[in-house]
Design a protein around this ligand. Structure first.
Ligand code: NDP
Length: 484
């Protein structure tokens, strides 16, 4: 049996901290359903300790130069890369994602963020604005204590994508992982401190939604960055608004992926597989509404079915496995519920459709064809390995249908017509768009959603604007002219 028990449940003020008064949180390995660690939810005393440490640590951190801050973040990136295998195994235990994926997509992506924002830390400056003899200068200041709240699908990556820009800008952070995946963020905190981070600058507290809610409403907190579902986003955004806090909201999606008849079919099928079955479909930006132009529908579905034979379900720690379980029994049941709705509402089941006959929370890669726009599986985020394929005739028609959703996280198009590709992307109501590929999220590029899918952007230089505030200083060089 796997054992992944951490040193303690929380990481506060540079050290592991335990408080067994907190309600237990059982961490379950999704491939077996067995408990691999038991942690404790943060009590009010733990939450207070973390926020006090973050408040004090932020002052010390912000007083350092950007070069000094950046050096520590880059050192942490190096340590993460050196320990990639160990961290990837932990990510696999925490989430059930295959080691084949976690070795290249999780700790490495966290390291990229620390390296990128470590590099930017020394470059953050204000502006000089000349006004005749007078002049204005601006100071780019940190916000203060930032709270990060994570979803369960990418626990290491989310802890770094929030922590790296926050810290680069001179903020401190209290991060609350999802209760489903409590392990990885603790390692991020440990490594940041090993790299030289002053105590209190990056803290991790465990807990369910209520712990997140008490962090969000605390007056010491200046900003909240949430990765989660739209309903949670609405609650957290509203709670943050009460005290006019800054927010970044990375929320859910129901993104369209349009395949025109002139597309390279194999490439489009690869995009659809990547955009529906990577991480067993538990990816926010997935292109779960695949619109295929009528003339190539049969060829697309035939090739897709052939390619699904390549899915290897098995022990996620075996590097030959390329398709893992759902993160939890709850999520598995939610997804199975959607699959039943798909069948009940008249979609054609092309592949999969049930649990795999093995231990753990595995669901077969599932494809529905002949899906219509009003079906539940066409409208709601499923967050599992369920692809819905729709037919379309014209570009005008498909654009209207693609945008007919409250979500706006991502969108993709496969076509070999250059002008059509750019025209379609210009028409998408989505924050992150793809032409002839899908689901790549390099740290250099802004990532985030429009409409109900979110507010603000993570990654890239854009993230700096969301973790700093600009102070304007007007400098007069002549006497003041008053009206009387
Ligand atoms: P949830 O919205 O259920 O939870 C997100 C986080 O918020 C969890 O840590 C949760 O704690 C916490 N939380 C719940 N209620 C509150 C509250 N009232 N106040 C503060 N915090 C709260 O999302 P899931 O964890 O189920 O993740 C899946 C969702 O995340 C999907 O919708 C997916 O699209 C989205 N997502 C978005 C991404 C993006 O970048 N746009 C990336 C990845 C996922 P706990 O879980 O412990 O209850």
């Amino acid at each position: 049996m796997q054992n992944a028990q951490p040193t303690a449940s929380h990481f506060i003020n540079g050290a592991y901290v335990e408080d067994t008064e907190g309600a237990p949180i059982e961490c379950i390995y999704p491939a077996t359903g067995k408990v691999i660690a038991t942690l404790h939810e943060a009590t009010p005393a733990i939450i207070d300790q973390a926020l006090s440490a973050a408040h004090a640590g932020q002052k010390i951190w912000a007083a350092m130069t950007g070069t000094e801050r950046g050096r520590i973040l880059r050192r942490a990136a190096d340590i993460i890369r050196d320990r990639n295998r160990e961290l990837s195994i932990l990510e696999t235990l925490d989430t059930g994602k295959p080691l084949q994926e976690t070795l290249v997509a999780d700790a490495t992506s966290g390291a990229d963020a620390l390296e990128y924002f470590g590099g930017l830390a020394a470059t953050l400056t204000g502006e000089h604005i000349q006004l005749g003899q007078d002049w204005v200068y601006t100071i780019r200041e940190p916000l203060g204590v930032c709270v990060g709240i994570g979803a369960w699908n990418y626990p290491t990556q989310i802890a770094c994508w929030k922590g790296a820009p926050a810290l680069a800008c001179g903020n401190s952070m209290v991060f609350k992982p999802s209760e489903t995946t409590p392990l990885c963020a603790l390692k991020v905190a440990e490594i940041l401190h090993e790299a030289g981070l002053p105590a209190g600058v990056y803290n991790v507290v465990q807990g369910r939604g209520a712990v997140g809610a008490s962090l969000v409403t605390d007056p010491r907190v200046a900003k909240v960055s949430l990765t989660g579902s739209v309903p949670t986003g609405r609650k957290v955004y509203a709670a943050a608004a009460e005290r006019m806090k800054h927010v970044t909201m990375e929320l859910g999606g129901k993104s369209p992926l349009i395949v025109f008849e002139d597309a390279d079919i194999d490439n489009a099928v690869s995009g659809a597989i990547l955009g529906n079955f990577y991480s067993s479909g538990q990816v926010c930006s997935n292109g779960t509404r695949v619109f295929v132009q009528k003339d190539i529908k049969a060829a697309f579905l035939k090739r897709l079915k052939e390619r699904l034979q390549g899915a290897v379900m098995g022990d996620p720690l075996d590097e030959a496995t390329n398709f893992g379980p759902m993160v939890s029994a709850d999520q598995m049941n939610i997804v199975l519920g959607y699959i039943n709705k798909g069948t009940d509402e008249g979609a054609t089941l092309v592949a999969g459709g049930k649990m795999a006959e093995r231990d753990g929370f595995f669901i077969e890669p599932t494809v529905f064809a002949d899906v219509t726009d009003d079906m539940t599986i066409a409208r709601e985020e499923i967050f599992g390995p369920v692809m819905a394929v729709f037919d379309f005739d014209t570009e005008e028609e498909v654009m209207a249908r693609a945008n007919d959703t409250e979500f706006g996280l991502a969108a993709g198009v496969f076509t070999n017509d250059l002008t059509r590709a750019h025209r379609v992307v210009a028409g998408f109501e989505a924050g992150t768009c793809y032409i002839n590929t899908y689901n790549l999220a390099p740290v250099e590029a802004p990532f985030g959603g429009s409409k109900a899918s979110g507010v603000g952007r993570e990654n890239s230089k854009e993230a700096i604007n969301h973790y700093t505030e600009v102070k304007t200083v007007y400098v007069a060089m002549t006497p003041v002219e008053a009206q009387f």
